[in-house]
Every structure is written in structure tokens, then in C-alpha cells.
Design a protein around this ligand. Structure first.
Ligand SMILES: Nc1nc2c(c(=O)[nH]1)N[C@H]1C(S)=C(S)[C@@H](COP(=O)(O)O)O[C@H]1N2
Ligand SMILES: [Mo]
Length: 387
């Protein structure tokens, strides 16, 4: 669950990939204004997100200073869309189960709803959510309801050479492979074992309401504990195959590249983004009279604790509030900052998992050896000015 704790000897540094620059265009900073409420006054962070350079892909982000609801309302839940947003009608939409199965199946939404219903509260994070000032609001928590995937596959009867399950979305876009340009459907795959054992749902509800169009109406895959990209929206086809699937979002994009040291030599590893990593973030500082409180969230693994560091001080324990003990949902935490000295301060949080894993510092070799921005789960520092 927390491979962030896997310590190998990794080389420092590494060249930044060209793709990184896409998220690093600079622009004007948005001005925030927060009103005094009964709970106090939220002091905006000094390090505000830069203007979004790819608004057609990163359609919506969580605004950390506004975080107050443990379940994220769907209209505040971040939206990532790589291609078009398909316009699917409940009447015409069908989900096909095809490929290496003895009983190819076609299901309507009503067919899915008539099957066993399961719910999971799962905090979904985009693996590209690499931290301020770039992309930092790509995380949200919802209760997803749907029908479990495993029995659907078992009933369809996976045939002997089947090892891979491909999940196709209805959205598509142009991709160029060497000199050939094709229109590729959004697709992600899982090994047959993962597809059967990850507890995946074909979800049709989010927080008790039908999935909104931008979140995948009428149905999407939900894989609790896996990064956002695995959770295919606008799902239309589940295809069992006899070979690893190497589509754009498996083998080209959402690929983590790391430099590792093997017997004193540098080697590069390429892995497709899969499960979440342990992470936390300070969300906001609230002032009530002269008392200051830091509030935040921790996710990516069952959370055992959260610690907070002010400036270069010692790590101090935060108090877990909502969500403590959840397997797949985030835990909210608060830290009583009492009466800080006026001036600028830096606030860092780190999550500790129930298995003892600790969210890595940004200079941890596990992170510095990584040259792509995917799976950036390093500790986040935010800056604030106290009057
Ligand atoms: N069909 C389809 N599914 C998709 C995507 C997409 O572009 N098309 N984006 C993926 C990515 S990268 C993320 S992070 C999540 C975001 O889900 P949300 O928009 O509901 O928050 O959806 C995933 N599923
Ligand atoms: Mo993503």
C-alpha cells in the first residue's frame, strides 16, 4: 500500500522531461478573498496557484482554502478530461463485455442497477497533482455507488489465454505514433488479477446522485486506492485480451520514469501509474481572535497520524478529525498553532500510514530520482503571512 517507504539507492537529479513544461507555464495569479465566518477568518496562502495553462484538460480543481466538507460536493470535485466530453444518453448507452470471454454481454444502466449494489468512499487523486504552484487541486473525496466488477467478469467467463482487461471510454482524440496519426479512444487496462481483486466497481452514483456528465455519466470504473487515471469515465467497453495493452495512457502518458542505481550503474525504469501513494497537504489557516488553526487532509493509504512542522521547527502531532480509520478515504486533521509571531511562516505536513510508512520529504532519493511529475507525493510546504 505504501511503496513510498521502499528505500532503494537512487541517484539524485535527472533531466526534466519536456512534458513537465506543459504544466509550468507562468501567468497571473488569481486573487482570493475569504469572508469572515462564524468559524473565523481564513488567511489566504501567499503561494497561490499559477494560472492554469491547460484549462481544457484540468477543467476544475479543489480550492484548498475553501475545503470544509469531508465529502466533496460533485460540483466542486476536480475534473480531468483528456479528450472531448461525450454526450451519452441513458437510453442509448450500453456497456459491452467482450474479447476472451465465453459469454459476451451487453448491459444497460438499468441492468447494472439491478445487480448487487456496493458503495465505497474513496479519495481520488490525479497522479499529475504535483503540488503548488502548478497543479495542486487534483484531489477529492466521494462515496461512489455501483456494482462490483469481479462478478461481472466471472459471469462472462474469462477464457484461458485472457490476462489483461481493457476499459474503454467513449471519448477519443488524435494521437501520433511515429508518422501515423490515429483517433484513439481513452483506455486504461489492468491485469486480470488486479481487475478481479482490486475491489473495482462499475459506478453510476457519486454522493447519492447519478454521476454528473463531467464525472463519467452514465457509468465509470472506480478502482479504490488507485490514481485517477485508472478510473475510466464514460465507460463503454470492457475487453479481455491475451496480451498487455499499451495504449497512450498506459505506455506513453502517465508513465513514471525513475533513475535507479544498480551495482554503481544508472538504469532507468518506466512504470505505468497504478496505485495511490501516501500524501497530505495543509489546506488552510484559520484565525479566531488571536488563535490560529491549521487544517488539512491526508490520503493515499490508511492514515495512522499526521505531523506538522512550522518553519524549521520540530515535527508536532496534528489531531485526526474526520475520516480516521477509513481505508480509502482521506482523513482531515487540525493543528493548534496558538498565537504565531507576526510575519511570514512556512507550514509543512507529513502523513504517517498505519503500516508505519512516512510521506517522503521532497529531497528523498525516491522522489529526486524521479524525472516525471507523476506520483509526486512529497511533503507540501505552504507559506502564510501572519499580521
Ligand atoms: N474516459 C476518460 N476517463 C478518464 C479520463 C479521461 O480523460 N477520459 N481522465 C482520467 C484522469 S487522468 C483522472 S485524474 C480522473 C479524474 O476524474 P474526475 O474528472 O471525475 O475527477 O478520470 C480519469 N478517467
Ligand atoms: Mo489524472
Amino acid at each position: 500500500m505504501t511503496p513510498s517507504t521502499t528505500r532503494r539507492t537512487l541517484l539524485q537529479g535527472g533531466a526534466a522531461l519536456a512534458g513537465l513544461s506543459v504544466l509550468r507555464l507562468t501567468g497571473p495569479t488569481r486573487a482570493f478573498a475569504y469572508q469572515d465566518g462564524p468559524d473565523g477568518e481564513v488567511i489566504p496562502w501567499l503561494d497561490q496557484p499559477e494560472a492554469n495553462p491547460v484549462p481544457e484538460v484540468i477543467v476544475r480543481q479543489l480550492e484548498w482554502e475553501r475545503l470544509d466538507s469531508w465529502l466533496t460536493p460533485p460540483d466542486q470535485f476536480f475534473v480531468i478530461k483528456h479528450y472531448n466530453q461525450p454526450d451519452l444518453s441513458e437510453q442509448d448507452w450500453r456497456l459491452e463485455i467482450s474479447g476472451l470471454v465465453s459469454e459476451p454481454t451487453t448491459l444497460s444502466l438499468a441492468d447494472l442497477q439491478a445487480r448487487e449494489r456496493q458503495e465505497v468512499t474513496f479519495t481520488m487523486e490525479c497522479s499529475g497533482n504535483s503540488g503548488p504552484p502548478f497543479f495542486s487541486g487534483g484531489v477529492g473525496n466521494a462515496t461512489w455507488a455501483g456494482t462490483p466488477l469481479a462478478p461481472l467478469l466471472e459471469e462472462a467467463g474469462v477464457l484461458e489465454p485472457g490476462i489483461e482487461v481493457v476499459f474503454w471510454g467513449a471519448d477519443a482524440g488524435e494521437q501520433t505514433w511515429r508518422e501515423v496519426t490515429i483517433t484513439e479512444q481513452f483506455a486504461r487496462s489492468m491485469s486480470l488479477t488486479d481487475a478481479l481483486e482490486a475491489g473495482a466497481l462499475i459506478a453510476y452514483e457519486m454522493n447519492g446522485t447519478p454521476l454528473p456528465p463531467e464525472h463519467g455519466f452514465p457509468a465509470r470504473l472506480i478502482v479504490p486506492g488507485w490514481y485517477g487515471v485508472a478510473n475510466v469515465k464514460w465507460l463503454t467497453q470492457i475487453d479481455v485480451r491475451d496480451a498487455r495493452f499499451q495504449g497512450h495512457f498506459m505506455a506513453r502518458d502517465y508513465v513514471t520514469i525513475r533513475e535507479e542505481e544498480h551495482d554503481g550503474e544508472s538504469v532507468w525504469t518506466f512504470t505505468s501509474v497504478t496505485h495511490d501513494r501516501l500524501k497530505s497537504a495543509p489546506a488552510k489557516v484559520t484565525r479566531r481572535d488571536d488563535r490560529h488553526e491549521v487544517m488539512g487532509a491526508a490520503w493515499g493509504a490508511p492514515i495512522g497520524g499526521v505531523e506538522v512542522r512550522i518553519d524549521d521547527g520540530d515535527w508536532q502531532p496534528a489531531t485526526l478529525t474526520e475520516g480516521a480509520g477509513e481505508e480509502f478515504a482521506w482523513t482531515f486533521w487540525t493543528f493548534d498553532w496558538e498565537t504565531p509571531t507576526p510575519g511570514e511562516h512556512a507550514i509543512t505536513s507529513r502523513a504517517v500510514a498505519t503500516d508505519g510508512g512516512v510521506q517522503p520529504a521532497p529531497d528523498d532519493p525516491f522522489l529526486t530520482g524521479k524525472t516525471t511529475f507523476w506520483e509526486s507525493n512529497g511533503q507540501i510546504t505552504r507559506r502564510v503571512r501572519i499580521a
